[in-house]
Design a binder for this molecule. Structure first.
Ligand code: X5A
Ligand code: ZN
Length: 671
């Protein structure tokens, strides 16, 4: 199951023919540079090349009016003067004699991608297209967009494949108002967009882009707007919105297909967005969406105007779609105050529609408008000074380091299994040459005489070393005693240059907690044990009423607690431990295994007790990068669980800023 790449040079064959400062950034090189980077890095070769086609009139009419289509159809025959005149009725867009042809190809390329994914020809893919689509409306071009590629694709997929729910994630820095208007009253299409807003001062300057626009009638709750009221948003801001808004809602919604309006003007260096997220954040955004809809994900290019930042971001996205481990997320220092304000407002606006937000700690919903006014008017000198500062900064070319090279380890998944247990396809059975010195050390340390135990432990230590050297991606071991194996791995990891180990325990494994507050390990343990006191910054028991058997509560804990903790901790190794009787179903376990691989460059070591043989297959498949099966629409989590999680998050927020969902009451610092 591969990754489709859809591109055709023809879409570079139109450009701005007159002077228009608003449109001069939308150049053919956006596409050539992106495609060349994919070729040069060898990524294009690893993809399945799928040809473009022209969208038919019927395809276009799924979203646009006949009058509009007829009008655009005439543009190839217009003189320069007529084109200019035609352009004037719309905002920030230009026409060219060849743009109608390209717009049909852009929409058609998107539909080819949807077909490839829906028929199972590939698992996922990306379409590199021009013109972009998300601003165009039923009867209007806008913001460089002519036909709404992704909106057409959503309607097409529903019609042709009979799917029930489509999620559209719009990570472009502009609001895709065209997509919003198209699906406003439609609960079968969930539209999420974050966008530069600056209290409605930024293009397209619509009230409709604010967090209060949640959808209409039956579609209420199915439109999610996250307005950025300041420029300079960073990786932390983006990831916290994913963890605390998009992912919980997306998992509850349970889409059959994910479409991404993949604009990269939200990355650092972009002259439009003026944000500061690094290109490798798109590896994580992509990865976090890849376990939804059984992995059926179609990314479609929208904006992106800094050619360097654009091609780097495109490569990060495609490489992640191909299944390569994501780079370690660097310096996630927590969201800024302005981002937290937005996050808070969005969660409050949506809590009545989504049970994952319903029981959240009381959110004051009364005075958002006052807040807005206060921010608009009351910033005073300080706000002014900051603004000028930002403007000065933005005229300078901001430099950023090239994303670190990502590489695929020669062995993706290694398994340490007792003799009678078969090794699943695609994995490598791992045994270490038994060094008697090491065996003796282990014998003394763990006071065991069982040869089987000692062989297993020595294999585990060798495996940990090979992961550190990037010779092996991830691994799984079936062991007699998970607690012993866990201790052995943790001790050895420290000597094998692993700086930090995230230990995730599912079930009631006996966990030794001594020496866990030096920061070298972070332990998160899910169980149904009587609520214990939190044991410090680095030992976090998560107590769920029914243990891990309630999928909704468990998912909520993973998305809203474990992921932000993991991202901020930034381990070099993830140790995932599962004990028998945890009550966790295979599907949720696979989701957990899949999601955790965004951390530690994918270096996850799974430990399971011998009796859990039946789970080896599903676990190995997740470790190999196969998307976890969809969990289906999630019901409301138990009130007790939500409250417990909320309390836990509140208690941990001071130490772990990525857990915050609301701005500090007074005097928060900005960055
Ligand atoms: C697709 C896209 C941006 C339009 C900006 C107009 N459009 N000022 O990024
Ligand atoms: Zn954009």
């Amino acid at each position: 199951m591969g990754t489709a790449l859809i591109y055709d040079e023809e879409m570079t064959k139109y450009k701005l023919l007159w002077v228009d400062p608003a449109c001069k950034i939308e150049v053919p090189e956006r596409l050539t540079v992106s495609h060349e980077a994919l070729v040069k890095t060898g990524l294009a070769d690893r993809c399945v090349a799928v040809p473009v086609r022209e969208a038919t009139e019927a395809d276009i009419l799924l979203v646009h009016s006949e009058e509009y289509l007829e009008a655009v159809k005439k543009t190839p025959y217009m003189t320069l003067e007529e084109l200019k005149e035609f352009t004037l009725q719309y905002g920030d867009v230009y026409f060219h004699p060849n743009i109608y042809h390209c717009a049909k190809l852009a929409a058609g390329a998107t539909l080819q991608l949807v077909d490839s994914v829906m028929t199972g020809k590939v698992r996922n893919g990306m379409a590199l297209v021009r013109p972009p689509g998300h601003h165009s409306m039923r009867s209007a071009a806008s913001g460089f967009c002519v036909f709404n590629n992704v909106a057409i694709a959503a309607r097409y997929a529903k019609q042709k494949y009979g799917i029930k729910r489509v999620l559209i994630v719009d990570w472009d820095v502009h609001h895709g108002q065209g997509v919003q208007y198209c699906f406003e009253d439609d609960p079968s299409v969930l539209y999420f967009s974050w966008h530069r807003y600056e209290h409605q001062k930024y293009w397209p300057q619509l009230r409709d882009s604010d967090y209060g626009c949640v959808g209409k009638e039956k579609g209420a709750g199915f439109n999610i707007n996250v307005p950025w009221n300041k420029v300079g948003m960073k990786n932390s801001d983006y990831l916290s919105v994913f963890c605390h808004v998009l992912l919980p809602i997306a998992y509850e919604f349970s889409p059959d297909l994910v479409l991404v309006c993949a604009g990269f003007d939200s990355a650092i260096g972009d002259p439009e967005g003026e944000m500061r997220a690094s290109p490798d954040v798109f590896a994580h955004l992509t990865h976090l969406l890849m376990n939804l809809a059984g992995g059926k994900l179609c990314a479609v290019l929208e904006g992106g105007y800094n050619l360097t930042s654009l091609h780097q971001s495109v490569c990060q996205t495609v490489q992640t779609l191909l299944g390569d481990p994501a780079p370690r997320p660097a310096n996630l220092d927590g969201p800024c105050t302005s981002a937290l304000e937005s996050l808070h407002c969005v969660r409050a606006a949506h809590r009545q529609y989504w049970s994952c937000l319903k029981h959240a700690a009381e959110l004051p919903t009364s005075d958002f408008s006052t807040k807005r006014i206060k921010l608009d008017e009351g910033g005073g000198e300080e706000e002014e000074r900051q603004k000028t500062g930002e403007e000065e900064k933005s005229t300078e070319e901001e430099a950023w380091p090239e994303p670190p090279k990502r590489f695929t380890p020669p062995v993706s998944t290694a398994l340490v299994l007792p003799e009678g247990v078969a090794c699943p396809d695609g994995c490598k059975r791992f045994t270490s040459s038994e060094d008697p010195v090491i065996i003796n050390k282990l014998r003394e340390k763990f006071l065991t005489d069982s040869d089987d135990d000692l062989t297993t432990l020595s294999s585990l230590t060798a495996l940990v070393e090979k992961m550190e050297k990037n010779e092996i991606g991830n691994g799984l071991a079936l062991v007699r005693d998970v607690s012993m194996a866990m201790m052995c791995v943790v001790e050895h990891a420290a000597t094998a240059h692993h700086d930090r180990v995230l230990i995730v325990c599912v079930g009631d494994a006996v966990v030794q907690s001594q020496g866990t507050d030096d920061g070298k390990t972070l332990l998160v343990q899910f169980s149904n044990k009587e609520s214990e006191e939190q044991k410090g910054k680095f030992h976090i028991p998560v107590c769920l009423k029914k243990g891990c058997s309630d999928v909704s509560g468990f998912t909520q804990a993973v998305l809203g607690l474990l992921l932000p903790l993991g991202y901020q901790y930034d381990p070099s190794l993830v140790l995932l431990v599962r004990t028998p009787g945890s009550g966790l179903c295979d599907g949720a376990w696979q989701q957990l295994t899949g999601l955790l691989q965004g951390l530690a460059q994918g270096h996850t070591l799974v430990l399971m007790q011998e009796g859990e043989k039946a789970c080896v297959g599903p676990t190995a498949s997740s470790l190999l990068g196969v998307a976890a099966p969809s969990l289906g629409k999630l019901h409301a989590p138990l009130t007790e669980d939500v409250e417990a999680l909320e309390r836990l998050r509140l208690g941990l927020q001071a130490d772990w800023k990525l857990l915050r969902t609301t701005a500090p009451e007074t005097g928060g610092e900005e960055h």
